[in-house]
Design a protein around this ligand. Structure first.
Ligand SMILES: [Fe+2]
Length: 247
């Protein structure tokens, strides 16, 4: 049985780190370790055997815990190529996909199996109700194509495990650009009363209703950000990213 364990960094960066672990063998894979100590403690307490560290990209807050984990467990950082996969057990794969945009060497990891929804560990490519910025070595055109590719190739039931919890702030932006979106209003109302970092992951299908970067053909959204509505999806995406950067 494969499980995901989420670690949240209680600081202003709001990082998520993840363990993918096989309950039967005790093997586990570490994704984007921010704080090493809680991960080390969890691995030891549960008698797990770390098999490797995976980083979605090289920004410091996604590799920060690498060295301490490598030293503690002699576990390697694995750099995979596009479409490489790791066999988690007989029925479960973790596949790597190149996703340039936030940075040009960004990758995501997809846990694929037949027994339930897939999971996307999206790093800083996709967030709840948002996408990554491109200010630290990225390119917004590439991010548009990457987002398109992810939405076209992954089932709507895929669960999203992002690299940060920016859910509330992103939902506020979603409301700004699409104030009549009832789902956004409802969700924002709910989020004001909870600790968003503790919420269960959402599916891509749910994100399609509230993530402005997935809603490039929304008439309301287009009307609010462009005087002339005759623009293509990429132009809407780029303008949304620019507005979000300056918001
Ligand atoms: Fe980043």
């Amino acid at each position: 049985m494969i499980l995901v364990k989420t670690f949240y960094g209680y600081n202003e960066l709001r990082n998520f780190s993840y363990l993918i672990l096989d309950k039967n063998s005790g093997h586990c894979w570490i994704i984007d370790p921010y704080e090493a100590r809680p991960i080390i403690d969890y691995i030891k307490k549960n008698g797990l055997i770390p098999k490797g560290i995976l980083n979605t990209h090289q920004h410091f807050d996604h590799i920060r815990g690498n060295a301490q984990l490598e030293e503690e467990f002699s576990v390697p950082v694995r750099k995979l190529k596009n479409a490489d996969s790791i066999k988690l057990d007989e029925n479960h794969l973790l596949e790597t996909v190149d996703t340039p945009g936030h940075t040009m060497d960004h990758q995501v990891f997809i846990w694929k199996h037949n027994a339930g929804p897939w999971s996307l560990f999206s790093g800083d490519t996709l967030f709840n109700s948002g996408v990554g910025n491109c200010r630290g070595g990225g390119d917004v055109n590439a991010l548009f194509h990457t987002t398109e590719k992810i939405l076209k190739t992954l089932p709507p039931s895929t669960l999203l495990y992002p690299g940060h919890d920016y859910r509330k702030r992103n939902m506020e932006f979603a409301q700004k650009v699409e104030p009549e979106n009832k789902k956004v209003r409802e969700e924002l109302h709910k989020l004001l009363e909870v600790n968003t970092e503790e919420l269960p992951p959402l599916t891509l299908e749910e994100e399609l209703k509230v993530n402005p970067f997935f809603r490039l053909n929304s008439e309301e959204l287009r009307h609010n950000i462009f005087e002339n509505n005759q623009v293509d999806e990429k132009e809407v995406f780029i303008e949304l990213r620019r507005l979000r950067d300056n918001w």
